[in-house]
Design a protein around this ligand. Sequence first.
Ligand SMILES: Cc1cc2nc3c(=O)[nH]c(=O)nc-3n(C[C@H](O)[C@H](O)[C@H](O)COP(=O)(O)OP(=O)(O)OC[C@H]3O[C@@H](n4cnc5c(N)ncnc54)[C@H](O)[C@@H]3O)c2cc1C
Length: 509
Amino acid sequence: MGPKPHIGVVGSGISGLRCADILVQNGARVTILEARDRIGGRVHQNDLAGHLVDLGPNWIHGKGENPIMSIAEATQTVAHDPEGRNISISCDGQLVNEERATKSAEFVWTTIEQAFEYSNQHGDSIPSEQSLFDFIQEKLEKTDFSDEDKILCLDSCKLWGAYVGDPIERQSLRFFRLEECIDGNNYFVASTYQRILQHVAKTALAQANIRFKQPVMKVETPPKNEQEPNQNQVTVTTASGEIYKFDQLVITCPLGWLKRNTEAFEPQLPRRFLQAVNNISYGRLEKVFVKFPEAFWHSESTKTTQASKAQPTSPVFAQFLEPTYTSHPKDIQWNQECLSLSNLPSPCAQPTLLFYTYGPCGTNIVNQIADLDETSIEYKQILTNILEPFYSKLPGYDPSSPSCKPSSILATRWQLDPYAGNGSYCNFQIGLTAGDEDIEVLRSGDGLGAERGIWFAGEHTAPFVALGTTTGAYWSGERAAAQVCERLGLGSVGVESMRNDSLPSGSEK
Ligand SMILES: Cc1cc2nc3c(=O)[nH]c(=O)nc-3n(C[C@H](O)[C@H](O)[C@H](O)COP(=O)(O)OP(=O)(O)OC[C@H]3O[C@@H](n4cnc5c(N)ncnc54)[C@H](O)[C@@H]3O)c2cc1C
């Protein structure tokens, strides 16, 4: 038994923390280099006037065989399936009647299912330029819907952009299958991801050396030592000038960071790896939380309930189709989707609307508030001006009522954050020809592990069913740790439940 191998992990998001956990359990000495002054990466909460909110993920995608769901259960995290009324506001700002809205929602979900199926079955024979939008248009043409209903359906489908982080006109149909998640419902993490993060971080916080405020700038590896092929000395330099030497290094920086920092590696990363980094896209999902003194959109339903003794009908989801009732930059889709957080189970409920913005619209909003302090009047005013045209269309809105004036507003700015890769998570856009191979190259590091002792983890290297998610990040950390353990002949404690990375996409749907 030699001395403990020293493994470096760059990043303390879910993937880095899980990776460190497995490495420590198998007897490695682990140092985590983290650019920020906190753990969690894209899993992060802020206080919104007395309520905690998740700035990054707040869904758990799929219940079946999902370690994040198991951790949620173990930590008494409240994960909630937000069922309830779904309303649509038409392009001219009118509430779409329930029957038409239901018809359009059914079309959206059926067609999305069909698109997954089509992408799974026909994969490589689908032209790389064909988009999800093209597929939806074709399906729509085959219906006997009126022209008006067709437009409604198409506009509703466009809001799928909020799932992938970019307009669906750019979503590759060929690789739409890589967007499919684990089977089962999606759960909103009502009590936030905080306890899940604490749970995942436990071993790393207790037994790894975590160095905060150490952005990695340079990763250097000497030529392989033929006498000792298992010994790699990876030299890492951080922005403050600290230099670390590791036996092996796991890099969990987001894909967006890799795209902008390929020159950080000396010698250069292999060509095929660089191609994969370039080929896979990085989405732009942003959130805006708008909190009110009370949930005014409930007031109408309360009246209805008292009068008719019917089920409460306050909206849970509201979709605002491409609006003509508010000015916005030309050529930018300005549709919005929001979720009411007042329907969450107690004590998580709060009178807040969570808006999801994506793609160029998200970028535009983020740029408008780029340099503003969150407590400034200007910040609040800009965001109110952008969103008031939307929330004012909700039932119960009264411009003269103080209940309808936002008390707090908070917007994310992931696109301005280099350590989040200036975006949200990976996605698969038209033009992509071998997306699944690209992901496999990112996971395998194209031989870099064996050659230079460098391994990669992070949501963009996850199993196909979990790309772009916290579950995928968690599994990717396990996988990278297992690769290092195998390489160094360490144990495999904690990795026995690990997912098989080579599952073809869609095989467990
Ligand atoms: C707005 C938004 C909404 C989302 N919604 C969901 C959702 O509902 N459900 C879901 O499952 N997923 C969601 N996601 C995706 C989810 O957040 C990610 O898949 C997951 O958190 C990624 O974890 P990670 O460890 O791969 O990366 P990260 O969490 O980004 O961790 C990487 C770490 O590396 C650090 N780092 C970066 N560069 C350097 C450097 N040079 N040196 C040192 N450290 C560095 C970062 O600071 C960070 O701590 C969302 C993401 C966003 C942004």
